[in-house]
Design a protein around this ligand. Structure first.
Ligand code: GDP
Ligand code: IMO
Ligand code: MG
Length: 428
């Protein structure tokens, strides 16, 4: 079972880092194929907690080769500071491979992200301010800087010059900021070149060869389906393809090599930043989920918006990604609730819609139609088999499974590495 894709089903923070970590002992490569240090994955191993942003979660497992592939965007300063922080905690980071084709986040991308957001006023997206959108915009505009450019100073200078020509007009005349000189950008990027060079590779070639040799490769998505630039709640999305198709374009490994597509989904829903969220609870229930689930951003520390499970979204994620298995996380957070509402369909201006409406305006108006399930009081964090769960927790999971379009193969019952109920082997 060599090619496995793992993505988020909702608006991010479903627990992808923990799910990757769960599989890492049995995979050879973990590949980050989209996004950059906008991601925040918390992984708990024993009494140690790790927060990963740019690095694939697989870096924590000694047998894994972590790869940052072409579809990701790299802030090199952040890359080295994350590597140093992990090294200082005794993690061997020497195996990291970086695609020569990945794009680089430069200081001007960060500035434009932050100032651009301010200029949007009420239409703000609430980005992480890490320069993600402007870097992908330059990639599509064909004025981006790639990892390989760092090893040819002449080319690098030409490209930075080309990129800054327009941007300095924007920064100075529209945003009222100081202009950025070609030299300061080039000099900063070159300071990292020698350290980066040994990690740089043709990641597509390396990964395809690994698959040819029967190795197992896990493609770990950042962000999630509803934040995907094509399939999410545009424009309130990130700027990359976080869905399973992005694993192919973002790594140079063809879709025919993917054997299993895993989507991680929370037993309720959260979202960071602006945009529609039909099941959001801006009330005591939402506060309960936030405090019990500790729903604060790993990257920006912002409180996450919280709400109930949305089955049409899970079904949508199943369809867009071709999900073969769900990992349902944070079931333990629901313990103690008397009744648990689940959105089964929407009322859109008086008309029932069983699917996520294609029109963004309709989705903004969509009122959830809820079905309520009985809760449970028993502590489930020690459950290790499905039968260990109280009957109403079992019924809740089975109902979600029936509504969501693919088997729920793993259930998370706590943050720790072993706090899971495995119903079906994800790699078997
Ligand atoms: P990611 O971005 O998808 O990797 O998710 P985050 O790491 O941003 O957020 C998920 C949070 O939930 C992390 O703090 C995890 O440690 C935690 N977590 C993951 N699975 C479970 C679970 O089953 N139960 C509980 N209580 N916490 C979990
Ligand atoms: P993980 O991988 C949750 C959100 C931001 C904002 C929008 C665009 O931890 O699940 P960006 O900086 O990407 O241009 O911001 O996307 N966002 C995330 N929300 N989890 C993430 O990553 C996110 N990455 C970006 O809050 O609304
Ligand atoms: Mg996260």
């Amino acid at each position: 079972m060599p090619g496995i894709v793992l993505v988020g089903a909702q608006w991010g923070d479903e627990g992808k880092g923990k799910a990757t970590d769960l599989l890492s002992g049995r995979v050879d490569y973990v590949v980050k194929f989209n996004g950059g240090n906008n991601a925040g994955h918390t992984v708990v191993i024993g009494d140690k907690k790790y927060a990963l942003h740019l690095l694939p979660s697989g870096i924590l497992s000694p047998g894994v080769v972590p790869v940052i592939a072409n579809g990701a965007v790299i802030d090199i300063e952040v890359l080295f500071s994350e590597l140093e922080a992990l090294s200082a905690r005794g993690i061997d980071v020497s195996r990291l491979r970086v695609s020569a084709n990945a794009h680089i986040i430069t200081p001007y991308h960060r500035t434009i992200d932050r100032v651009g957001e301010r200029f949007l006023g009420k239409r703000q997206i609430g980005t992480t301010g890490r320069g993600i959108g402007p870097t992908y915009a330059d990639k599509i505009n064909r004025v981006g800087i790639r990892v390989q450019d760092l090893f040819d100073e002449g080319i690098l200078r030409q490209k930075v010059e080309g990129a800054l020509e327009q941007k300095n007009h924007l920064l100075v005349k529209v945003y009222n900021r100081r202009s950025i000189s070609v030299d300061e950008v080039v000099d900063e990027l070159l300071t990292f070149a020698d350290r980066l060079q040994p990690m740089v590779t043709d990641a597509s070639l390396e990964l395809n060869r690994a698959l040819d040799q029967g190795r197992t490769v896990l493609f770990e998505g950042g962000q999630a389906t509803m934040l995907d630039v094509d399939h999410g709640t545009y424009p309130f999305v990130t700027s990359s393809n976080a869905t399973s198709g992005g694993a192919a374009t973002g790594s140079g490994v063809a879709p025919t090599r993917f054997d299993r597509i895993i989507a991680v989904v929370k037993a309720y829903t959260t979202r960071v930043g602006a945009g529609p969220f039909p099941t959001e609870q801006s009330n005591a229930s939402g506060e309960y989920l936030r405090s019990k689930g500790f729903e604060f951003g790993t990257t920006t520390g912002r409180p996450r918006r919280t709400g109930w499970y949305d089955a049409p979204i899970a079904r949508y994620a199943q369809r867009i990604n071709g999900v073969t298995d769900f990992v349902l996380t944070k079931l333990d957070v629901l313990t103690g609730l008397e009744r648990i509402p689940v959105c089964v369909a929407y009322d859109v201006d008086g008309v029932r819609s069983d699917e996520v409406p294609v029109s963004q305006s309709d989705f903004h108006h969509a009122q959830p139609i809820y079905r309520e399930f009985p809760g449970w009081d028993e502590d489930i964090s020690g459950a290790r088999s499905f039968a260990d769960l109280p009957m109403s927790a079992q019924e809740y999971v089975l109902a979600l499974e029936a509504m969501s379009g693919a088997p729920i193969s793993v259930i998370g019952v706590g943050p720790a590495r072993d706090a899971v109920v495995v119903r079906r082997d994800l790699l078997g």
